[in-house]
Design a protein around this ligand. Sequence first.
Ligand code: HEM
Length: 278
Amino acid sequence: MTLVHFLGTPWARWEEMVSWAELIAIGAIGRTSYDTDIIKQGAVPFSEWSSRALDAAADDERSILAEISVAERNGSISRTEAIQLTMEVFSAGVLTTAGLISNCILALTQRNDLADQLRSDFALIPGFIEEVLRLESPVQGVFRLAMRDCEVGGFPISEGSRVFVLFGAANRDSHAWTGADDFDMRRPGSPAHLAFGRGVHTCPGSSLSRTETRIALETILAHTTSMDLAVGVHEVEYLPNPIFRIPLQLPLEVLRPRHSIRVREPFASFPQGKNAGQ
Ligand code: HEM
């Protein structure tokens, strides 16, 4: 929802926008073959909506949408590029940040001792988030096209090859990290992980998502005394593609000061079509 605010889009549609972004992610990313039916279910309404929102964006508005709209009107980008950019910024930011918050909560349900430490000292939360980013990166990797013959770690890669760069594996590299699989929120040099990529395409939303996640955790921890998963950890369902590590829903049993509630909220809508669950 924070991104809806920065993008400058009407709040009323944010849940629909999330479900469109999910459909595109499920249908397009990381599959060996595209499922165009699922992609269309998300992409058609999302691009129609983006086009209308770009038309409605005022020049003097301080929003990402207005910036994109100005770039289109002064000829720097085409209408198609403006629509794609609007959809990309929203999709890249919303699913990933929701995934990071979910992965943090999931980690806390598995380690009540950590939750207690964070409750007693909120200054530990940023280090905790970095360690979740390292070990449970919401974006596990990206595809790259090799522009020339090269060699990585002694492995030859020929020009034109499509390569899946697995950030999630690098983040557990025992040559780079002492006790690579151990969760250590006081780990020195933790932000050197690759959860946000590296180089010219490094994620521009890293600060925003870190801040959103910190505020979400502070709020949740301040209003709970314990959080447990209401299902087995292996029953947690993830967005079905290999790029993302994003739970679809986290059924929780939450104890709040003085009274107990049971929360079971879906992360967002999910298609029940032939590819659901693949
Ligand atoms: C926990 C949250 C997030 C994670 C884990 C994440 C991760 C990533 C990763 C791994 C990349 C690819 C980097 C590369 O190609 O080397 C990326 C790119 C990108 N991210 Fe994020 N991201 C997050 C949040 C956000 C947010 C909040 C926004 C928008 C405000 C955003 C917008 C983008 C955009 C536009 C790109 C493409 C950059 C480019 O190609 O130059 N991301 N992100």
